[in-house]
Design a binder for this molecule. Structure first.
Ligand SMILES: Cc1ncc(COP(=O)(O)O)c(C=O)c1O
Length: 399
């Protein structure tokens, strides 16, 4: 039995705390006062600025990364019966969008070090599909926690099996790989501006691509399948803005100008946020070094540090991962889990007849991972409290 501790009297250290200040407030107020709230000029500016920063030909603002992944696959022609390869060690969004289109996700195990899709396992899966006479319509690597996947390894595998790459870069702004931004390394990249992400608009996302026809399709499908931009149809009398055609049953995935106003400021502050996130992660790596009951994330030069995922060595402890998180909670620390592998989830398990052992690395990580609080808004004192709590819980429950 784990002794029940009294909840901490200290203020809770939140898992994530967004950093929004007077600049964001001013920007939102300006939009509110402008009389134009939804997608308009502010969003167009956000897109142009984002495209310039990451070096993409097109950036299209959306109301979530989920929408972006959906539209990316749709634009690449994924439909009923298609197969899309991705990792099970990810959030629900990555695989559900495949199902939105009636296609089937085929999971590929992850690399133990990076927690990203394992290129060798990808090669094995592509060979198996080929032997079965099936072709993958897309591959979605996920840059988990902000660590960029082994893109060289993936490129090598895909040189034998040309398949479009859709980068799930929800965690990966801003991080570079070989001098280029993650999210611009494949055919399409998708970023998230959800509340806990490295820059935020509350909810929001951005799709980037250099492929003209993909951008065209996404532009149409994000707003009802309307054949051209008509966002200003109410404000330009006489311009026949009201007149449009519908070329496909599209979606309602546009980003508001209110959100884009926040996004433009956050984009300018992205370097400052990254610096703080990196400092927090470095301090964790330093402060938790040498604790034998932990595996720490790999230190890399480039990392967006959206999440700090450590793994417990449960064989060294008398408590489970879940109990460890509970103990953190009792000490006022908001830890979380990223992720419980999708192949363990009822829907995917039942629909595709998957067993836990089908993806052994993803299974092991699902059982042992803990995400410590990490955000640009975390104070030094809070970081030290997290380190002290992890150290103390480990010492108290060592085998
Ligand atoms: C790996 C991954 N992909 C996609 C998403 C979806 O992002 P959004 O909430 O912006 O739709 C998330 C959200 O957390 C995520 O973690």
């Amino acid at each position: 039995m784990v002794p029940v501790m009294k909840p901490s009297a200290l203020p809770y250290v939140p898992f994530s705390r967004p950093v929004l200040g007077p600049e964001e407030e001013e920007a939102v107020l300006a939009v509110m006062r402008s009389g134009w709230l939804t997608t308009g000029e502010e969003t167009a500016r956000f897109e142009a600025e984002f495209a310039k920063v990451v070096g993409a030909r097109h950036a299209l603002a959306l109301n979530s990364a989920t929408a972006g992944l959906h539209l990316a696959l749709e634009a690449l022609g994924v439909d009923t019966g298609s197969v899309v390869l991705t990792t099970p060690f990810t959030f629900a969004a990555t695989a559900e969008v495949v199902r939105y289109l009636g296609a089937d996700p085929v999971f590929v195990d992850i690399d133990r070090e990076t927690l990203c899709i394992d290129p060798r396992a990808l090669a094995v899966t592509l060979e198996r599909l080929q032997a079965e006479g099936r072709r993958a319509a897309a591959v979605i690597p996920v840059h988990i926690a902000g660590m960029v996947c082994d893109m060289d390894g993936l490129a090598q595998v895909l040189s034998d099996f040309p398949v479009p790459l859709v980068e799930d870069a929800a965690h990966a702004f801003p991080v570079r790989y070989g001098g280029r931004y993650a999210g611009t390394l494949g055919d399409v990249g998708v970023y998230s501006f959800y509340a806990t992400k490295t820059i935020t608009t509350g909810e929001g996302g951005m799709l980037v691509t250099d492929r003209e026809e993909v951008a065209q399709r996404v532009r149409v499908m994000r707003l009802h399948g309307i054949d051209r931009d008509v966002w200003n149809r109410y404000t330009r009398p006489g311009s026949q803005g009201w007149k449009y055609d519908i070329v496909a049953p599209g979606y309602k995935y546009n980003l508001t100008d209110l959100a884009s106003a926040i996004g433009r400021v956050q984009l300018r502050r992205a370097g400052e946020f990254l610096q703080r996130r990196t400092a927090v992660a470095e301090r964790y790596l330093e402060g938790l070094r040498g604790l034998e009951f932990l595996s720490l994330p790999r230190r890399t030069v480039d990392h967006a540090w959206h999440l700090f995922i450590l793994r417990l060595r449960e064989e060294q402890l008398r408590i489970t991962r879940d109990q460890f998180i509970e103990e953190l909670h009792q000490r006022g620390i908001g830890a979380s889990v990223h992720f419980i592998s999708l192949h363990l989830m009822t829907y995917y398990r039942e629909r595709y007849g998957l067993s836990p052992g089908d993806f052994p690395v993803a299974l092991e990580c699902s059982r042992s991972c803990i995400s410590l609080p990490l955000s640009a808004g975390l104070g030094d004192g809070e970081v030290e409290r997290v380190i002290a709590a992890v150290t103390e819980i480990g010492a108290r429950h060592r085998r």
